[in-house]
Design a protein around this ligand. Structure first.
Ligand code: CA
Length: 222
C-alpha cells in the first residue's frame, strides 16, 4: 500500500515516514500545501496523512480541493490537541479520521490500517481467502494455519490483492501501489513477485487474466 504523508515539520515528517516504511508502506512525502495538492490529484494513494497547518496552502483547503476534484482516497488529518473546531471542519471538509498531536506511532498505524480496510468495505483486520489468512495488524500470513515467510514486496502484492478479493488488478495498478514515487519502477518485476508468491500460496489462488492483470480467486470464500 502506498501513502502520502504531508507534514511541514521536518523532524516529525522524517520520524513518521520511517515508522510507516518500517510498517511496510511505500511513502511519498510533501512539506507544503501545493505539492500535497498536486500529488493527491495526480497519484493514486491508499491513504493520506495530512497535517492542517502547512505553508503555501493550508491542509483544509487542500482537502477541499481534492474532494471537489473527486479524489476519494481516505484522508486522516493531524490536528492540534485541543482543536475540536479543526476536527469538525476537517471532517466536514471530507476527512475520514483525525489524530491529535502528539500521538503514538502505533495509533497512527492502527488508524491507517482501519481506513484502508474500510475503503475496501472490509471490517475485520484478518483477511481470509482460500486458506490464506493475512493479519493486517502484524503483517503475518498463514496458509492452512502454517506460517508463510514473504519478502516485503511479495507481502505488498498479496496485501493489495487480499484487500480486493475477486477484483482484477492490473500490473500498472500494482506497481503504483507498492512503490513510492521516487522509486525506479518497473512493472516487469511485478511478474517476478507474483511468480514467487504463487510458490508459497495454494495453487491457482492468484489467477492471471490475460491482458488485464491478476485476480485473487475468491471461491471457496464465504
Ligand atoms: Ca504544520
Amino acid at each position: 500500500m502506498r501513502l502520502l504523508l504531508v507534514e511541514d515539520e521536518r523532524t516529525l515528517r522524517q520520524q513518521l515516514a520511517l515508522g510507516l516504511k518500517r510498517a511496510g508502506y511505500a511513502v511519498d512525502e510533501a512539506d507544503n500545501g501545493q505539492e500535497a495538492l498536486f500529488l493527491g490529484d495526480t497519484e493514486n494513494y491508499d491513504a493520506v496523512i495530512l497535517d492542517l497547518g502547512l505553508p503555501g496552502m493550508d491542509g483544509l483547503s487542500v482537502l477541499k480541493r481534492w474532494r471537489t476534484n473527486r479524489r476519494v482516497m481516505p484522508v486522516l488529518i493531524l490536528t492540534a490537541r485541543d482543536g475540536w473546531h479543526e476536527k469538525v471542519e476537517g471532517i466536514d471538509a471530507g476527512a475520514d479520521d483525525y489524530l491529535a498531536k502528539p500521538f503514538q506511532m502505533e495509533e497512527l498505524l492502527a488508524r491507517i490500517r482501519a481506513l484502508i480496510r474500510r475503503s475496501q468495505g472490509l471490517a475485520s483486520p484478518l483477511l481470509e481467502c482460500r486458506g490464506i489468512v493475512l493479519d493486517t495488524r502484524d503483517s503475518k500470513v498463514t496458509v492452512d494455519g502454517w506460517p508463510v515467510v514473504l519478502t516485503s514486496h511479495e507481502f505488498m502484492v498479496l496485501d493489495y490483492l487480499m484487500h480486493r478479493p475477486g477484483v482484477i488488478v492490473s500490473r500498472t495498478e500494482l506497481t503504483e501501489h507498492i512503490y513510492a514515487q521516487d522509486f525506479d519502477r518497473d512493472s516487469n518485476t511485478i511478474e517476478v513477485f507474483v511468480a514467487r508468491l504463487r510458490k508459497k500460496l495454494p495453487p491457482d489462488a492468484i489467477k492471471t487474466v490475460r491482458g488485464l492483470g491478476y485476480q485473487l480467486v475468491v471461491e471457496p470464500c464465504p
